[in-house]
Design a protein. Structure first.
Ligand code: FPP
Length: 250
């Protein structure tokens, strides 16, 4: 069997965790049971990322669009997140895992956000693995927020419109202190990005698997990473340029 090359691990992996509802339907269970089993997969991928040494993991747990789901499902999702934050806290602290929030705090139920914010504070100094939970997150909203923050810097006289480079803009994204996104994984076979990390996806490798999220555990994660390691990332260059050290334009 193929082995992971520890020197070529992605530094930043993001996951669209899709298929909880279908997993439940197949078993004649309600959708919330699918989300609950999905939370077990979240535990599994965090544990695997820590064990093999992936330093940044971003998980799409609740999108801006998810508010349109039936009210009872939305409530159940937030309660599940709160239970998850509570139950995982000791393990996260013990394993020195930093937790951060990508998304809009406004709108998240206050009791959930209070516990989440205190976990973020408690783990802020850790560096073993960073888990970014995308909650009440939208990629377009993130770009608009960054544009507004840059405009505010201009208005306050801290910079000029002509200072707007990619690097200057990225400083206002949630991913400001995070390495480039290397790999996006999406479960359950849908081929779309669903308003996730739109800016950061520019050069990411995309891996789509038919596996439903509750069935995505360590073996499936390793398979995605092996697939990533078989790819050639060219960043706009040719294969020949990558294999030799021919400089661009020659
Ligand atoms: C998509 O499946 C999944 C979600 C909208 C929520 C993701 C939540 C979890 C994985 C559980 C809790 C998360 C954490 C961090 C503890 P879907 O319901 O859209 O599935 P379907 O497309 O089959 O209906």
């Amino acid at each position: 069997m193929d082995r992971l090359d520890p020197n070529r691990l992605p530094r930043h992996v993001a996951i669209i965790m899709d298929g909880n509802g279908r997993w439940a339907q197949k078993r004649l269970l309600n959708r919330v049971a699918g989300h609950e089993e999905g939370a077990e997969s979240v535990r599994a991928v965090i544990e695997t990322a820590r064990r093999i040494g992936i330093p940044h993991l971003t998980l799409y747990a609740f999108s801006k669009e998810n508010w349109q789901r039936p009210k009872h499902e939305v409530q159940a999702l937030w309660q599940l997140l709160r239970r998850f934050i509570r139950s995982e806290r000791p393990k996260l602290l013990e394993n020195r895992i930093r937790v951060r929030h990508f998304g809009d705090p406004e709108g998240i139920p206050e009791d959930v956000y209070a516990e989440f914010a205190s976990l973020i504070r408690e783990t802020a100094g850790f560096d073993k693995l960073t888990v970014n939970l995308a909650l009440n997150y939208g990629g377009r909203q993130e770009i608009l927020r960054a544009a507004a923050l840059f405009a505010e810097d201009v208005r306050a006289g801290r910079c000029n419109p002509s200072d707007l480079t990619q690097e200057a803009f990225e400083k206002h994204l949630f991913t400001a202190d995070t390495p480039e996104l290397d790999l996006l994984i999406r479960t359950s076979g849908e081929c779309r990005v669903s308003n996730f990390l739109l800016w950061q996806l520019a050069y990411a490798e995309i891996y789509i698997t038919e596996t439903l999220w509750p069935d995505f555990r360590e073996p499936q994660f390793i398979e995605a990473l092996l697939d990533y390691q078989r790819r050639e990332r060219r960043f706009g260059k040719t294969s020949e340029q990558l294999r030799s050290s021919i400089p661009p334009n020659s």
